[in-house]
Design a protein around this ligand. Structure first.
Ligand SMILES: NC(=O)c1ccc[n+]([C@@H]2O[C@H](COP(=O)([O-])OP(=O)(O)OC[C@H]3O[C@@H](n4cnc5c(N)ncnc54)[C@H](O)[C@@H]3O)[C@@H](O)[C@H]2O)c1
Length: 417
């Protein structure tokens, strides 16, 4: 079980004077001499000096939501920039024991349903009331499945601080025939707040187990806020960097799911590592190409950050999209993706085939299908139009060049190899 043996516990901690009795506070100061070094920046002094401390609220309490709240809570306890308490909005549900999830979370400081046997931190407060969960928060972390973001933001309208900043850790944006519906933009539009994104090769259970990984924050133009977000999530075992490419970072987190589906098909066909590596490379090229067509501001460098190639590799080696696609190919396409999703994922949702369908519809509307043979093939296989083995046959096709405006010149050179 992971307990309080996290890096903040090893580093000197600023005890929350508001939640401890004076005697236990003094005890915590003197039990370790290192605390004396930190005494001058005690949070009470910071609070009364007029310099405001940020207050973090996490909107969501699933697998990644809980792991992310744990990181934020650890930094909130440790750093003078933040109020200790991190409130977490819990979409309330009854556990098999008959107890309410939020009650159990507050009693045990664990999330038994979505991240069992991991202590989230003494300063995490589970709150089933959305309005009170975000009260006075200046930093809002959005981490719920994509399909609930619209309704949740509508409920939050007028209930959040006007100067609040948001960050989305949500992967799997929708695509319509008009293009991608960026979740960060949805949050900005609905709540009128700045919203960054954090994406990367971050399997929640591994981050919660403090296994080293990295993440990328994508921001629009507010570097100062991006630096604050780095402080919220960074840890020695979780290296966070920020780049000014909001759209590029967010698109990586969605498009990689199509490539992971292709990689799973290759696994199910028993094709081996060379084939899988080839599919990953071709998939990455299509990710770059589509992202740059959609947003000419997207930078090539984004794709070698954690949000790009690292998340792609992690998703193609593990992850739910790969797993279900492997089973699909093993069954020769006779069992549908939704049947296998029900059998293998225990209620978790599959994103890759949905994204492939939406992206295909968008490509078709633009007449770009032949320029993205991998993305298009994944959709055709998932819908039973062609067999799983077609995933490698597609490689014989050369992506059709897209005629376009001046912004495509750079793209043509990128895609000429
Ligand atoms: N799990 C991971 O390893 C991981 C890693 C990186 C990113 N993500 C992304 O994080 C996002 C959230 O995933 P997760 O793993 O935290 O959740 P999850 O899949 O573990 O759980 C689903 C969550 O949705 C909540 N929910 C159900 N109905 C709801 C409703 N009507 N309104 C609001 N919430 C509702 C549930 O209470 C639960 O907290 C997804 O976009 C996912 O792609 C997940």
């Amino acid at each position: 079980m992971i307990d309080k043996d996290d890096w903040s516990a090893r580093a000197p901690s600023l005890s929350p004077v508001t939640t401890e009795s004076p005697s236990s506070f003094l005890g915590s100061i003197f039990k370790d001499w290192r605390h004396l070094i930190y005494l001058p920046i005690d949070k009470t002094i910071v609070a009364t000096s007029g310099r405001g401390m940020d207050r973090i609220a996490v909107i969501g309490s699933g697998n990644w939501g809980s792991a992310a709240a744990r990181l934020a809570a650890s930094n909130a306890r440790r750093l003078p920039d933040f109020q200790d308490e991190v409130r977490m909005w819990v979409h309330e549900e009854k556990l098999d024991t008959g107890e309410q999830l939020s009650v159990v979370m507050n009693n045990t400081k664990e999330n038994p349903k979505y991240l069992p046997n991991v202590k989230l931190g003494p300063n995490v407060v589970a709150d089933p009331n959305l309005e009170s969960a975000v009260k006075d928060a200046t930093m809002l972390v959005f981490i719920i499945p994509n399909e609930f973001i619209h309704g949740t933001c509508k409920q939050l309208k007028g209930k959040i601080r006007p100067n609040a900043k948001g960050i989305s850790l949500i992967k799997g944006m929708e695509f319509t025939d008009d293009g991608p519906s960026l979740i960060s933009k949805k949050i900005t539009d609905l709540l009128e707040i700045d919203c960054s994104v954090l994406m990367g090769a971050n399997i929640a259970n591994e981050v919660a187990a403090e296994k080293f990984s990295e993440a990328t924050i994508g921001y629009k133009d507010d570097k100062q806020t991006a630096d604050k977000w780095v402080k919220v999530f960074g840890a020695p075992y979780f290296r966070v960097t920020s780049i000014q490419d909001l759209e590029g970072v967010e698109l990586c987190g969605t498009l990689k799911n199509i490539v992971a589906t292709a990689a799973g098909l290759v696994d199910g066909l028993g094709m081996g590592n060379n084939t899988k590596a080839a599919i990953m490379r071709i998939g990455l090229k299509e990710m770059i190409k589509l992202s740059k067509l959609l947003f000419p501001s997207v930078q090539d460098a984004t794709f070698i950050e954690s949000c790009g190639v690292a998340d792609l590799i992690a998703s193609c080696l593990g992850g739910r999209n790969r797993k279900v696609a492997e089973a699909f190919a093993k069954h020769g396409g006779k069992k549908s993706f939704s049947e296998l999703e029900g059998e293998l994922l225990k209620g978790q949702k599959l994103k890759g085939v949905v994204t492939a369908a939406e992206v295909f519809s968008f490509l078709k509307a633009k007449k770009w299908e032949e320029s993205f043979p991998l993305f298009s093939t994944v959709h055709s296989i998932a819908t039973g139009q062609i067999p799983p083995s077609a995933i490698v046959e597609y490689a014989e096709r050369t992506p059709k060049e897209i005629e376009g405006g001046p912004e495509l010149e750079e793209l043509s050179s990128l895609l000429s190899t």
